[in-house]
Design a protein around this ligand. Structure first.
Ligand SMILES: Nc1nc2c(ncn2[C@@H]2O[C@H](COP(=O)(O)OP(=O)(O)O)[C@@H](O)[C@H]2O)c(=O)[nH]1
Ligand SMILES: [Mg+2]
Length: 302
């Protein structure tokens, strides 16, 4: 299958089936999709990243946000890079909005992406997939990622607005919060605010984040939500909107995003076709030969 005129026309018209089709093409890195990507003019749809530890309530929160947007008659796409929990977005969505399936099917696109063990856990083709979704004319794009180790930092070049979801735990947790998380958050969400100590936790987090001065002058909001009850979602969506307005105006922010994106795309290019399983079988052969040297072996990948 190729990315032909017909597909492009349907994609521009926002046809959901075509979105899925073109994503598959892009995932398989076809020549036609590469040429298409190189012909794209930039589209500035807001990409909202939702990241945090497993179980923090990211998927539930995404559901609530989607419901909020759909009620405002916005078209929204969700890309989930969370291999651990295939969450049934539709189920909660169905509870919240009394709308015919056919409306949802036209306004909401949800796709789980396998991370394929890529660097930092993000899907190898996430940037390209985002551009497919942008072209399809969605009003908002949400990316859910699991934040373990370094992976939450990866989202830096992906999302215009990065929401870090945490849950109220002992106060000590905040102190040990990874520096990387502090640095990437544009908005903190203390979810599960029905739990004890939520207010105190949020207060401490606020104090901590206000101590960090940001070049763009953005004050990181610390918001409390109860995602499963749709509490605090309106405020969160307002903050998401405010951050987008703030960052769109900041050329620094735009350049930083482009730099992150370029870096990741170059890594992807350089690593093209290199997998550990292929290396393994090559090494199996090569290491048997007399005088095998690892530096000599890797030199051909330069
Ligand atoms: N008590 C409470 N539970 C919640 C809240 N939000 C989500 N949960 C529950 O937390 C669990 C994990 O939620 P999920 O959205 O799958 O978390 P994820 O792994 O971060 O995507 C589920 O059982 C949710 O129902 C909340 O605000 N309060
Ligand atoms: Mg999830």
């Amino acid at each position: 299958v190729h990315l032909n005129e017909e597909n492009l026309k349907k994609l521009l018209a926002g046809d959901i089936k075509t979105v899925a089709k073109v994503i598959s093409l892009v995932e398989n890195n076809s020549t036609s999709s590469q040429a298409w990507l190189e012909s794209l003019a930039p589209i500035s749809t807001q990409v909202v990243g939702i990241t945090g530890a497993p179980g923090a309530g990211k998927s539930t929160l995404v559901n609530s946000i989607v419901a909020h947007y759909v009620q405002k008659e916005l078209r929204v796409a969700v890309l989930s890079v969370d291999p651990s929990s295939p969450f049934n977005y539709g189920a909660i969505l169905g509870d919240r909005i009394r709308m015919v399936d056919h409306f949802l099917n036209k306004h909401v696109y949800i796709r789980s992406l396998a991370s394929r063990g890529a660097l930092g856990g993000l899907s190898l083709r996430l940037f390209e997939i985002l551009d497919v979704v942008r072209t399809a004319g969605f009003d908002k794009i949400i990316v859910e990622t699991v934040g373990i180790g370094q992976s939450e930092v990866d989202i830096a070049g992906v999302a215009d607005t990065k929401v870090v979801v945490v849950v109220p735990e002992g106060g000590d947790e905040i102190q040990t919060m990874k520096a990387g998380v502090m640095e990437i958050a544009d908005i903190f969400v203390v979810n599960k605010c029905d739990r004890p100590n939520a207010a105190e936790f949020a207060h401490n987090l606020k104090a901590l984040s206000h101590n960090r001065s940001r070049l763009d002058g953005w004050q990181i909001p610390v918001l409390q939500t109860q995602a499963d009850k749709h509490v605090g979602i309106e405020e969160l969506c307002c903050a998401i909107e405010a951050h987008f307005l703030n960052s769109s105006a900041a050329s620094d922010h735009q350049q930083l995003m482009l730099c992150e994106k370029a870096y990741q795309l170059i890594c992807q290019q350089k690593m093209h076709g290199i997998t550990k399983s292929a290396l393994r079988s090559e090494i199996q052969q090569a290491s048997l030969e007399a005088g095998f040297n690892i530096y000599e072996f890797v030199a051909k990948y330069r």
